[in-house]
Design a protein around this ligand. Structure first.
Ligand code: UFG
Length: 324
């Protein structure tokens, strides 16, 4: 049995589906503060918060948990700047609680949702796992604190973990059973698709004076199913007794500017809409592109949906479904 915390959320629900499709049994722990009950179509759902140690203990007591995949966290950079304490509590302190209970029940395999935000403003592109870790917002800082904790627990406490540093998760389940559905939405692709479907009148570009060819920020968009596949491979990696704890970047290694993403969305949807150049959003690095060679070599992971058009198309199919 695999415990999936945050399995009602965007990335967690896609991983939960893949685990079940691959023959694993799962139990999802989610407080449904951001996630959706309807996204947990596989495995049992326990509606609880990770700070509720007694309920977490009961899960370990009543189930034979082999490993934990930990997605439950807040992930809005903007919100983290406004309410840092909320991020340190939910992302760091609750992880600490979870790890304590895992230790109590001698569950030693852990897969962690980490982020490219750890790298802050990178000094070199593409970004490998060796790049300097220097987050520029409380969200990234809270995730780095967890990574530091995991390293110590692994070096001195017998934990075996894999930390997966996602670049920009995008797209949706190809069967359209689950997809991205944040409230409020802050991510570029779903917001652009809102404009395409007529839910908003226009899309704003946050700054066109960055040091990039067209002046807009460049990101590495990675399909959520490819992220899910990396989790499955990370679990299989941890199931091998001689493998050590490890850290992997997950991206396609190709960058697209905000303008390019908008143009791709217009092409895929066949809809034209207004684009407004707005002020920069605080805390946005110019360029984030992953070097994921390590995951390719060690996990034998290779993105299966690397084309931006295909990623956007899957997001669009889901978007049409939830807005119909
Ligand atoms: N953007 C716009 N207009 C919008 C929304 C976004 O121009 O209406 C721009 C942003 O300024 C940024 C780019 O589109 O340059 C992508 O923004 P997102 O909000 O979609 O994603 P981020 O790159 O800010 O962050 C995402 C996740 C983080 C994660 C990070 C890692 O939300 O959790 O990727 O790269 F840490």
């Amino acid at each position: 049995m695999i415990l999936v915390t945050g399995g009602a959320g965007y990335i967690g629900s896609h991983v939960n589906k893949l685990l079940n499709d691959s023959g694993y049994e799962t139990i999802v722990l989610d407080n449904l503060s951001k996630g959706h009950k309807s996204a947990v179509k596989w495995g049992e759902l326990v509606n609880a918060d990770l700070s509720d140690t007694e309920t977490v203990r009961e899960i370990f007591q009543n189930n034979d948990i082999e490993a934990v995949m930990h997605f439950a966290a807040f992930s809005s950079v903007a919100e983290s700047v406004e309410e840092p304490e909320k991020y340190f509590k939910n992302n760091y302190e609750n992880t600490l609680n979870l790890l304590k209970v895992m230790k109590e029940f001698r569950v030693r395999k852990f897969i962690f949702s980490s982020t490219a935000s750890l790298y802050g403003i990178p000094k070199s592109i593409p970004i490998s796992e060796e790049n300097e870790l220097k987050p520029i917002n409380p969200y990234g800082e809270s995730k780095l604190m967890v990574e530091n904790l995991l390293k110590d627990e692994s070096d001195f406490g017998g934990l075996k973990y894999v930390s997966l540093r996602y670049f920009n998760a995008a797209g949706a389940d190809l069967d359209c059973e689950i997809g991205e559905n944040h409230n409020p939405e802050t991510h570029l692709i779903p917001l652009v698709l809102d404009a395409a479907i007529g839910k908003r009148g226009s899309i704003s570009i946050f700054g066109d004076d960055y040091s990039t060819p067209d002046g807009t920020c460049i990101r590495d968009y990675i399909h959520v199913n490819d992220l899910a596949d990396a989790h499955l491979k990370a679990l299989q990696y941890l199931e091998e007794p001689f493998n050590d704890s490890n850290i992997f970047n997950l991206g396609n290694g190709t960058g697209f500017s905000v303008k390019e993403v908008i143009d791709t969305c217009k092409k895929v949807t066949g809809v034209d809409f207004e684009v407004i150049i707005d002020e920069r959003r605080p805390g946005d690095p110019d360029i984030l592109i992953a070097d994921s060679k390590k995951a390719e070599e060690i996990l034998k992971w290779k993105p299966q949906i690397p084309e931006l058009e295909d990623i956007v198309e899957s997001a669009w199919n889901w978007h049409k479904k939830i807005n119909s």
